[in-house]
Design a protein around this ligand. Structure first.
Ligand SMILES: NC(=O)c1ccc[n+]([C@@H]2O[C@H](COP(=O)([O-])OP(=O)(O)OC[C@H]3O[C@@H](n4cnc5c(N)ncnc54)[C@H](OP(=O)(O)O)[C@@H]3O)[C@@H](O)[C@H]2O)c1
Length: 374
């Protein structure tokens, strides 16, 4: 089959390399590139050339961002072309719309690379769902923040020092907000919850990142046998579901605590299969390219055709995600108890209530750090 790539950056180049070296039955025939960078005869800067070409059966979108990615994906699906995308921002924002367009035209929608990079997470969740209810999932889904926390712990360095090193190594963007404020994990959590629970997931979930994590917080948690990891989590029970993104103080002997460098670890619990864990490279040109090419092959060889049905009618209920939350702050946290010098604990609050307590504390002490006790 002839396919087109939209975007020729880190991921697009990885896809092109894997297909040219290892996949003889697929040809990257067209590449959408910006007008000043048309360096390859396959390149065009006109999306119309691609969407109107009857020889192109599948479009791989790896440009990033919401627009024009959304418009291009919708145009491809409406033209009956299969779509494979690694773009979590556009899928999280428009998943239901894409699923409806895919169902209407019969063109496939494949999103494996949008969560967990090279880890076969989405296809595995879909497979589990053929038999089971997924009752919960939880994961380290962002390699940049895991790299930062891991390096802070190993090297005893502080947050901004390690962030600068991560930027030097190309693990973190020049503007790191999407990673360190939890936005990237929020998009992946929305997508995971949608696939795991068959629901168009609520977008306004509580989201807290690790911007205010300091070495002293890791020292304090280590004294209690814990460390901090940024987790995306979802729970589904009795016709209700909830999801959240927040730092979680996990036990030092948990698998999450031992995830090194920029690796990811995602876990699900389901009715008959029980607990499953998926570990690997959550980003990078070739791992992410691999996930895309797996989707392309599933489509081209007729192995797998995802069908996303969000009509299950689950109710959003933040009460499902309750735990104790530790705050390191100079502000007063209403209803809290002492936890350690400089830190208090708010018992049995929802992730949404904890986020509201954090917002109020940040007004008084902008350095406040919060973590859920797993
Ligand atoms: N990198 C990873 O490891 C990874 C892993 C999983 C998922 N993803 C996702 O995959 C997507 C691509 O990531 P990436 O790291 O490959 O980004 P990237 O290196 O910035 O590549 C995207 C490319 O698309 C180009 N582009 C943007 N708008 C375009 C347009 N309208 N027409 C043609 N080209 C356009 C960009 O050009 P300019 O740079 O000039 O804007 C850039 O060359 C993102 O959604 C990202 O979240 C990435």
């Amino acid at each position: 089959m002839k396919i087109a790539l939209l975007g020729f950056g880190t991921v697009g180049r990885g896809v092109d390399q894997i297909i040219s070296e290892r996949v003889p039955d697929v040809e990257v025939a067209r590449i959408l590139e910006l007008p000043d960078r048309l360096t390859d005869p396959r390149m065009t800067s006109s999306y119309d050339d691609i969407v109107a070409d009857p020889e192109i059966g599948l479009v791989v979108e790896c440009m990033g961002g919401v627009e024009p990615a959304r418009t291009y994906i919708m145009a491809a699906l409406e033209a009956g072309k299969h779509v494979v995308t690694s773009n979590k921002a556009v899928v999280a924002a428009h998943f239901a719309e894409f699923a409806a367009a895919s169902a209407a035209s019969g063109a496939g929608l494949y999103i494996e690379a949008s969560v967990g990079g090279g880890i076969p997470w989405i296809a595995s969740v879909e497979k589990v769902r053929r038999i089971d209810e997924v009752t919960s999932f939880s994961g380290i889904m962002n390699g940049t923040t895991n790299y930062i926390v891991d390096a802070m712990r190993r090297e005893g360095a502080d947050f901004f020092e390690v962030l600068a090193e991560a930027q030097r190594l190309g693990y973190a963007e020049r503007d790191p907000s999407a990673d360190i404020d939890g936005i990237d994990v929020a998009n992946k959590t929305i997508i995971s919850a949608s696939v795991a629970f068959d629901v168009a997931c609520e977008k306004d979930l509580p989201v807290t990142g690790i911007r205010n994590l300091r070495k002293s917080d890791l020292d304090l948690l280590a004294g209690c046998g814990r460390t901090a990891k940024l987790l995306g989590r979802g729970v589904c029970r009795d016709g209700r579901y909830a999801a959240a993104v927040e730092p979680v103080a996990v036990s030092l002997d948990s698998l999450e605590a031992s995830v090194p460098s920029n690796f990811n670890l995602v876990t699900l619990d389901a009715t008959t299969v029980g607990e499953l864990r998926f570990y690997g490279q959550g980003a990078g040109s070739l791992p992410t390219g691999n996930a895309i090419v797996q989707d392309v092959l599933d489509c081209v060889r007729g192995v797998r055709r995802p069908a996303y049905d969000f009509s299950r009618g689950l109710a959003w209920d933040p009460e499902l995600l309750r735990s104790d939350h530790v705050f390191r702050t100079e502000a007063t946290i209403p209803g809290s108890e002492p936890f350690a010098p400089g830190a208090v604990v708010a018992r049995d609050v929802t992730a949404a209530e904890a986020r509201a307590l954090l917002d109020a504390a940040l007004e008084v002490d902008p350095t406040t750090f919060m973590a859920a006790l797993a």
